[in-house]
Design a binder for this molecule. Structure first.
Ligand SMILES: Nc1ncnc2c1ncn2[C@@H]1O[C@H](COP(=O)(O)OP(=O)(O)OP(=O)(O)O)[C@@H](O)[C@H]1O
Ligand SMILES: [Mg+2]
Length: 593
């Protein structure tokens, strides 16, 4: 009944937009209306079978037994049996229908969410941490699944059951029915108060559960770090504390539920006592048949059951709306960076890439990360960017790939402003080796193909050859399986793989954002050799921490505090004797040149 494991994530301050959420939910239901109508038909049948039993029982007691008609008795019992089997069958069909329809909606929903989220830009992922996002999508989807497969049908079933039961009972004895119904308001108030209290507790439990799972993800991801700093015991104690809070709250909630269900269980014998006491009296007076009395006893649970479920339904509907609202919020989120109405498609860079007076800061209240950056990179040339950490080098590539839009200034490709260029064509034209290298769990080959099986092996081999990395990949077979996050590779190896990966699509322009990690001289030489080959025939932006990589670059920018402080070739900058030359001497010792 209560989903006590999912992250409900209800933010009490956040107002749910019921109308748009309803439209979203309807948007999932409508395409499946055939499935739902079939389910509804089975529901009607199963409810009819369910409600028929007491009537047949009454028939046996009032007709067959007094008439000592054994054949009528046998016939009625056979009908009773047949009725039960039919009820089971109809119920089975109903469930199957619902599960199939519900699963279809869920697959659909998750497909849509994934496609949508993959199109969203980096600012979105900065706002929604991935771990929480996936947990949330899962939890919300399962809440909606419950709504679609259980709740909607149960509401109809309960409504039907209540109305029909009430009608039949009222038809046979209005007085006894009204007497029993006098208890209904109490039942309604009692159960709604109780459920509201306990569901508040379970909301807390769900929050704590999500806190625990978040805590676990964060800390398990950092297991190595925690061990290095000897923080295992402290972490365990923290977890213990949250766990205990969850345990206490959950216990309280469960206790309430137990008391609640015991009270519900009591209602049945109490009502039966009332039926037998009052109705029995009327039966003695001959105002009521024994069959009716027994029929009432058989019906009584069916009358009360729907009432108990009302608050439960309400709570599931509420949760579904907040789940739907959250899903809607993600689905309606448009990527901040989209193509213009008439995008300009580029196939390749023909002339040059140009930054013109570019200013950039990540948020309006943050400091400028790039201040008035201007440079031109002609086709076939190479540009290196060096400078202190946090100076703004990666930000330059973020802008070039349109992961972010500059606050001021323009970025032009062959004279066309980046804002007019189709995002897809831009990113297909430029290859990127990112500073934080992400490798998918899979073989090296699969990673080099970016998990795209349509890319032929030959393209991968060509790419490897083009940068002279055959030997490296002979040592690390292409079938080697890479562990999650490349855990079984060294930092340098990851970089080599990422470099080869960027070669596969053979793009004219390449951006190489060197990882800061130190790599061994052997790998360094590998990368340098590859780089020199590329510099000779590609258009390149190289962000380098190891200055050995960029000695042959056509132009070097020294970026510090968001500004270009020096620019020129390696030799020019060395001759200048400024920051670059100090940088260089620091890395290679006084005498190096
Ligand atoms: N997504 C982001 N949101 C907010 N601030 C950011 C973001 N990315 C970078 N910054 C900030 O912008 C500044 C420049 O970051 P950037 O990544 O461009 O530096 P970098 O020169 O590449 O550094 P490194 O040499 O360490 O890679 C830093 O102060 C950083 O804190
Ligand atoms: Mg960087």
């Amino acid at each position: 009944m209560h989903d006590r494991n999912g992250d409900d994530g209800q933010d009490p301050k956040e107002k749910i937009n019921y109308r748009s959420t309803f439209r979203l939910l309807l948007g999932f239901i409508l395409p499946e209306r055939k499935g739902f109508s079939a389910a509804f038909a089975w529901l009607l049948l199963s409810t009819a079978f369910n409600l028929l039993t007491p009537i047949i029982a009454k028939h046996i007691i009032d007709k067959a037994i007094p008439a000592r008609d054994t054949s009528l008795l046998a016939l009625s019992v056979a009908a009773l049996f047949l009725n039960s089997v039919s009820f089971l069958a109809a119920n089975y069909m109903l469930r199957m229908r619902l599960i199939r329809t519900g699963q279809k909606i869920m697959t659909d929903l998750k497909k849509r969410m994934l496609a949508h989220m993959l199109a969203l830009d980096l600012p979105f992922y900065a706002e929604f941490p991935v771990g929480r996002l996936t947990a949330r999508v899962q939890a919300d989807a399962s809440t909606l699944y419950e709504l679609f497969t259980e709740t909607t049908v149960n509401i109809f079933r309960d409504l039907l059951m209540f109305i029909v039961t009430f009608g039949v009972m009222f038809y046979f004895s209005p007085r006894l029915t009204l007497l029993l119904c006098a208890a209904l308001p109490f039942v309604v108030v009692f159960s709604s108060v109780f459920l509201r209290r306990s569901s508040a507790l379970f909301v807390t439990v769900r929050k704590l559960a999500s806190e625990i799972s978040g805590f676990l993800t964060e800390h398990i991801n950092a297991a190595g770090l925690l061990q290095a700093f000897n923080r295992e015991a402290m972490t365990a104690a923290k977890l213990e504390e949250i766990n205990k809070r969850k345990f206490d709250t959950e216990l309280k909630g469960e206790l309430m539920m137990i008391v609640f269900f015991m009270s519900i269980i009591m209602i049945s014998p109490l009502s039966i006592a009332m039926i037998l006491g009052v109705g029995g009296g009327w039966a003695i007076e001959g105002k009521l048949t024994i069959g009716t009395l027994i029929m009432f006893i058989l019906y009584i649970d069916k009358l009360f059951e729907p009432i108990f479920s009302v608050s439960e339904h309400v709570s599931i509907i509420q949760r579904s709306f907040s789940a739907g609202h959250r899903i809607h919020k993600i689905l309606e989120r448009k990527p901040a960076i989209t193509d213009p109405p008439k995008p300009h498609f580029i196939r390749n860079i023909k002339d040059k890439i140009e930054f013109r007076d570019v200013w950039m800061r990540y948020t309006d209240d943050a400091q400028w990360v790039l201040k008035d950056i201007s440079f031109t990179l002609p086709r076939g040339k190479s540009l290196a960017i060096v400078g202190e950490t946090g100076g703004g080098k990666t930000t330059v590539t973020n802008l070039l790939f349109k992961f972010y839009v500059p606050n001021k200034g323009r970025i032009l490709i062959d004279g066309t402003d980046l804002s007019e260029i189709s995002l897809n064509s831009l990113r297909t034209s430029i290859g990127l080796v990112q500073q934080d290298i992400y490798l998918f769990p899979g073989t090296i080959m699969q990673n080099l193909k970016l998990m795209d099986e349509a890319i032929p092996d030959a393209m991968v081999h060509d790419a490897i050859k083009s940068v002279g990395l055959e030997q490296f990949f002979r040592r690390h077979g292409l079938n080697k399986v890479i562990a999650d996050k490349g855990a079984n590779l060294s930092a340098g190896e990851k970089q080599v793989i990422a470099l080869a990966r960027a070669m596969v699509l053979n793009q004219e322009v390449l951006v190489f954002d060197e990882a800061t990690s130190h790599i061994d001289p052997y790998t360094e030489r590998l990368i340098n050799t590859a780089m020199q080959r590329l510099i000779s025939h590609k258009t390149m932006i190289i962000i380098a921490h190891r200055l050995s990589t960029i000695r042959n670059a056509d132009n070097i920018l020294l970026v510090s505090e968001g500004e270009i402080k020096e620019s020129g070739t390696h030799d020019e900058l060395l001759a200048k004797g400024g920051t670059y030359s100090r940088f260089y001497k620091l890395q290679f010792g006084e005498g190096a040149a």
